[in-house]
Write a new protein. Structure first.
Length: 598
């Protein structure tokens, strides 16, 4: 069978060249840009599959004229040609408007048997576009694919999840998003890229794709004010002999642990919802994710109190007793019956949302929650804010405001939606856990989920306990400065402290630790008593995930490392030298830390 493959390729700005453009959106017109790393995997796999099946591989990119560079790179790597979707009319596109433009271009050039995309982009990380493209094309989807084979019209893949992986199969045509470990990235030299003939890159305008609306006019979300994420840490960085630094750091950490209140939340109680109106705030609960569900219900109850509404949670069956959900904030519980695959759940929710028209819908920013929400938003044409770290109500407009990290976590952007139902996925751990309320038993309903059998789940493996990190009182965060061969040593040190290990995105992308251990904007937020940062640079998109820690202690050999600006105490030394005596000094303190309530 010949195979026609479409590959979505995104041009992303280098971190050092990030700048704001009109409307507080990223300025993508600057010349310094590169191919999104996950998209390089999609190009490499697309070229390989097309060659093996005597087919063709066509790369698509949406962006300004300089985005043609990433298409030249794709063609130089083996793609047959590139399609650049570029026009001033596309400026200001959110993920839904971007997906619509890409879909129009794909349909214009198609049909295709397989669409490949990167798992997410490093400048946003939400992974919304692949799921929304799949929904608009009417395709089944497998996300975060780390291994795959195609035999005839059947694709079989291993897909990464938040705490393990699943093996599934899908009949073509389909869309697959590619994870870091799928294959080696497609890379070419500048000379190879520049040698690509102009005739192999076709530019498609808005007029070529139809009336739209395109760009900002077709985007239901709007970016508002920015504020610095900031750090309120003590930033005490020591120098000199390691033993002396350890003692100085211990004094700082001990004082923080003894004097500061626990930042885990729980002081506020879920608001009472007994005397509210008909405005509906909905929450989508994920199977087995009780912690995230409780956070979302508490936030939804606060929102409902501000707009005079009620909270309805849509839950898989079984999750937890309705009375417990009521104590967490639910005034109504709708039980999903049938399948739980993301595409099927999104289809069922689309009908439910059309009928109930909730004012807002909150979902977890997990691999499952992101796909369900993105598909639902595309199906309904609703605005979706991905990976929010906070939600509230704008007092002027009465609309929901979602706060989303920007510029690698250095800033928080306020985003609103013009849709009847305002949607957001929220990163687990960023919202406070509210104390349960006394409430009447919630109303009960049901929602039937029809299984389409477009995706067949063959096997599920859980590699980790997702609750262990959230409950840990001491966490050691590791970055690329700790290589896999050193993990046994790191695990021994963690065991001595009764600590859990966390990681940066680069670590989990390489499979050195499970994705459930990833902390930060694209992972989760944690609130341990003590966070010990080891072998990591301290980029804001990671450190923002430990803002709830009572004390942060960093070890880095570079005195100018960014991590010290996000830490209370800093030891300037190699971790291999500093960590053993530091752990020994902390062992005595660990007992009192572990015994604290929280």
């Amino acid at each position: 069978m010949t195979l026609r493959v479409a590959v979505l390729v995104k041009s992303v700005p280098r971190a050092e060249d990030l700048a704001l453009g009109p409307g507080n959106r990223l300025d993508r017109s600057r010349p310094a840009a590169e191919t999104n790393p996950y998209c390089r995997r999609a190009v490499a796999k697309g070229v390989e599959l097309a060659r093996d099946a005597s087919g063709t591989c066509v790369a698509f990119s949406l962006g300004p004229p300089n985005a043609s560079d990433v298409l030249r790179e794709a063609v130089a790597a083996g793609a047959d040609r590139g399609i650049l979707v570029s026009d001033a009319a596309f400026a200001g596109s959110d993920t839904l408007a971007s997906s619509r433009a890409l879909v129009a271009a794909i349909e214009r050039e198609g049909p295709f048997d397989l669409v490949l995309a990167g798992r997410s982009s490093i400048d946003s990380g939400t992974g919304q576009v692949p799921a929304q493209v799949a929904e608009l094309l009417g395709l089944p989807m497998l996300s975060s694919v780390r291994a795959m084979t195609i035999a005839g019209r059947l694709a079989r893949a291993e897909c990464e999840t938040d705490d393990g992986f699943h093996e599934s199969e899908v009949r073509l045509p389909a869309l697959l998003s590619c994870a870091e470990r799928l294959c080696a990235p497609a890379k070419v030299t500048p000379d190879q890229r520049e040698s690509v003939p102009d005739g192999l890159i076709t530019r498609v305008s808005a007029a070529d794709l139809g009336p739209g609306p395109w760009g900002a006019a077709g985007s239901p979300t709007r970016v508002g004010a920015l504020r610095e994420a900031g750090s309120d840490r003590l930033c005490r960085v020591f120098a000199g002999p390691v033993a002396e630094q350890v003692q100085e750091a211990l004094v700082v950490v001990s004082g923080l642990l003894a004097g500061d209140p626990d930042r885990r939340g729980g002081a506020l109680e879920v608001p009472d919802g007994s005397a509210r109106g008909s405005t509906l705030v909905a929450v989508l609960a994920e199977p087995k994710r009780l912690g995230a569900t409780r956070e979302l219900l508490g936030a939804a109850a606060v929102l409902a109190g501000q707009v005079g509404g009620r909270v309805c949670v849509v839950v898989p069956s079984p999750l937890v007793a309705p009375a417990t959900l009521g104590a967490w904030g639910a005034d109504e519980v709708v039980e999903m019956r049938g399948g739980s695959l993301a595409g099927d759940v999104a289809a069922a929710l689309a009908g439910w949302v059309e009928l109930r028209v909730p004012w807002a819908l909150l979902a977890p920013a997990s691999s499952w929650g992101r796909e369900v929400a993105a598909r639902l938003a595309a199906h309904r044409g609703e605005g979706l804010v991905g990976d929010a770290v906070g939600v509230g109500v704008d007092p002027g407009s009465g609309r929901m405001v979602s706060w989303k990290p920007a510029f690698g976590g250095s800033f928080l952007a306020s985003i609103t939606s013009s849709s009847p139902t305002q949607m957001a996925t929220v990163v687990p751990g960023f919202l406070p856990v509210l104390a349960p309320r006394r409430s009447q038993p919630p109303g009960l309903g049901s929602l039937q989920v029809q299984s389409t059998d477009r995706v067949r789940l063959l096997r599920v493996e859980h590699a980790d306990d997702p609750g262990a990190l959230a409950a840990a009182r001491i966490v050691i965060g590791v970055g690329m400065g700790v290589v896999p061969g050193e993990y046994p040593t790191m695990c021994e040190l963690a065991a001595a402290l009764g600590a859990e290990l966390a990681a940066t995105r680069k670590v989990t992308d390489r499979g050195w630790l499970p994705r459930s251990r990833q902390v930060g904007v694209t992972g989760r937020s944690i609130s341990p008593a003590l966070y010990l940062a080891v072998g990591l640079s301290g980029k804001p998109n990671h450190m923002i995930g430990v803002r709830g820690a009572r004390a942060v202690l960093a070890v880095n050999s570079d005195p100018d490392a960014a991590v010290f600006a996000w830490s209370d105490a800093g030891i300037v030394a190699g971790w291999r030298e500093a960590l053993p005596p530091l752990v020994s000094a902390l062992v005595g303190l660990a007992g009192s830390v572990q015994s604290r309530p929280g």
